[in-house]
Design a binder for this molecule. Structure first.
Ligand code: MLC
Ligand code: AMP
Length: 454
């Protein structure tokens, strides 16, 4: 289906983004208008603010079979230049000042549109690796459709639901699940602009999505009580701490459904609407997904619920590769198995628990994936910085925070945080900068991050 099942059907549920309401017929007409003007482009960029325009632009790209590159609106200049250059985006759809020819998100189109193949790239999502600049993750139309259908089944997500969330529209959670999922299932959508507890409490939906930081704030603020009438509260993008799971259950009456995924694989493991919910565990593989654990040398690790191993997934929702990076793709995707870099246990009854990450160089802060290498490179670009090491350290609200250790003279922490902020988006800024005389290194000179104080 050219529209991926996003626009059809007899659906009249509300679609509201940051206070702006759009009817499905109007969304379809505007998206066709975009599609009619971008056909043939290699890819198109969208400044992915929380807005109806972003939804129109993304759906327009899907209708045209043109890969969409959602750009974080707070991207700093270095990040923005990288995303635009690396993706080769030829047009900007909607508002923004990217130095590209711009296509408006208004207007109509009555001509014919192509029928893109299932393996056409739907989205190119930029995500951080352990080193270097973010990589473009190519996600196919088929992967998006398969994931949304598997989630709809696991969560009994239908046109009778009203989905509420306020997550950013440039990542899998907010965009693929939170917008395309609502469109494909036909559910209503109330995007709250930002994921504040007050807005969640006021929205009156049936299905709620949040990252753990959001659920923790919902509990802290007292807003959880207002969610009693909901059907399902879903948490993901980082581990939901068991105390938050318990406090949310006590205050809202809902044991949250936790699910696990990655940009590269979409969502692969989840608790079910009609099944158990276990604090600290992420559930069972979704329909069509296989998982297994391997040790450091690739040996099989028993699924005994106790022995940790690296989690591998084989799934119809897997990405098509990192744009322009065949070696990185081959490293991550071997014999059809994606190596997640997450350390997990699998119990004999199939329940998965994520216990950590293989690398200290990937940080999850507020559900954002942040590569230490990218921040180290930004710090090292400052003339006063001689050495830098960045790690994630525990943070009560964000799960982890970005913490930098630097060897530098004549600068303050605030100088360095501002310096990084000039280049990168807000959540990548270090929250704490420690000035040190030396960094712990091994005999080969590599920084031993595990020895840095957290
Ligand atoms: C942030 N601020 C800083 C700062 N970092 N100020 C100084 N130094 C820093 N280092 C500012 C912010 O701009 C904000 O200002 C204020 O401090 C509060 O910031 P915050 O504590 O980070 O809160 P907030 O901005 O409210 O963000 C929390 C959050 C956000 C939970 C809303 O982290 C978020 O939206 N996370 C979702 C990430 C996500 O969607 N991930 C999914 C990836 S896909 P001001 O002025 O703006 O208030 C994926 C796959 C899967 O993972 O499984 O889903
Ligand atoms: P991203 O690429 O931003 O999609 O981040 C993917 C990473 O988020 C995974 O590799 C995990 O480390 C983490 N993640 C996502 N969901 C969960 C979860 N429910 N529990 C623990 N970690 C999670």
């Amino acid at each position: 289906m050219g529209d991926m099942g996003l626009l059809g059907g007899e659906r009249d549920g509300v679609l509201s983004v940051a206070g702006e309401v759009v009817g499905r017929a109007e969304l379809a007409a505007r998206a066709r208008g975009v599609a009619g003007r971008i056909g043939g482009a290699k890819s198109v960029a969208v400044r992915a603010t929380a807005s109806v325009d972003t939804v129109v632009a993304v759906v327009g790209g899907l209708l045209a079979g043109v890969p969409v590159v959602p750009v974080p609106p707070d991207s700093g200049p270095a990040e923005l230049a990288h995303i635009l250059g690396d993706s080769g985006a030829e047009l900007l759809v909607g508002a923004g000042d990217y130095g590209l020819p711009t296509v408006p998100v208004t207007g109509d189109f009555s001509g014919g549109l192509p029928e893109p193949s299932d393996d056409a790239t739907a989205l190119i999502l930029y995500t951080s690796g352990t080193t270097g600049a973010p990589k473009g993750v190519m996600v196919s139309r088929a992967a998006v459709a398969a994931d949304l259908d598997a989630l709809a089944e696991a969560w009994a997500w239908t046109a009778d639901d009203v989905l509420v969330h306020g997550l950013p529209l440039f990542h899998v959670h907010g965009l693929v699940l939170g917008v395309l999922g609502a469109l494909r299932t036909g559910s209503g959508l109330v995007h709250t602009g930002r994921p504040t507890p007050e807005a969640y409490a006021a929205a009156g939906g049936s299905l709620y999505f949040g990252v753990p930081t959001v659920w923790s704030r919902v509990v802290e603020s007292g807003a959880a009580e207002a969610l009693r009438g909901a059907r399902l509260l879903v948490s993901g993008s980082a581990g939901l701490p068991a105390p938050v799971f318990d406090a949310l259950a006590a205050a809202s009456g809902h044991r949250a459904v936790e699910r696990y995924g990655m940009t590269e694989t979409l969502i692969t493991v989840s608790a079910r609407h009609d099944g158990e919910r276990r604090a600290g565990q992420v559930g069972l593989p979704l329909r069509g997904v296989q998982t297994r654990l391997v040790g450091e040398h690739g040996e099989a690790v028993p699924h005994d619920g106790a022995t940790p191993g690296e989690l591998l997934v084989r799934t119809p929702t897997v990405f098509q590769g990192y744009l322009g990076r065949p070696e990185a793709t081959a490293e991550a995707l071997r014999d059809g198995w994606f190596h997640t870099g997450d350390i997990a246990t699998i119990a004999p009854d199939g329940w998965h628990r994520i216990v950590g990450r293989a690398s200290t160089d990937l940080i999850k802060s507020g559900g954002y994936r942040i590569g230490a290498g990218e921040i180290e490179a930004a710090l090292l670009a400052h003339p006063a910085v001689r050495e830098a090491a960045v790690i994630g350290t525990p943070h009560a609200d964000l799960g982890e925070q970005v913490t930098a250790f630097v060897i530098a003279d004549g600068v303050t922490a605030a100088d360095l945080i501002d310096f990084v902020a000039r280049d990168l988006s807000i959540h990548k800024r270090p929250r704490t900068v420690h000035f040190v005389d030396s960094l712990p290194r091994n005999a080969l000179g590599k920084v031993q991050k595990k020895l840095l104080p957290s």
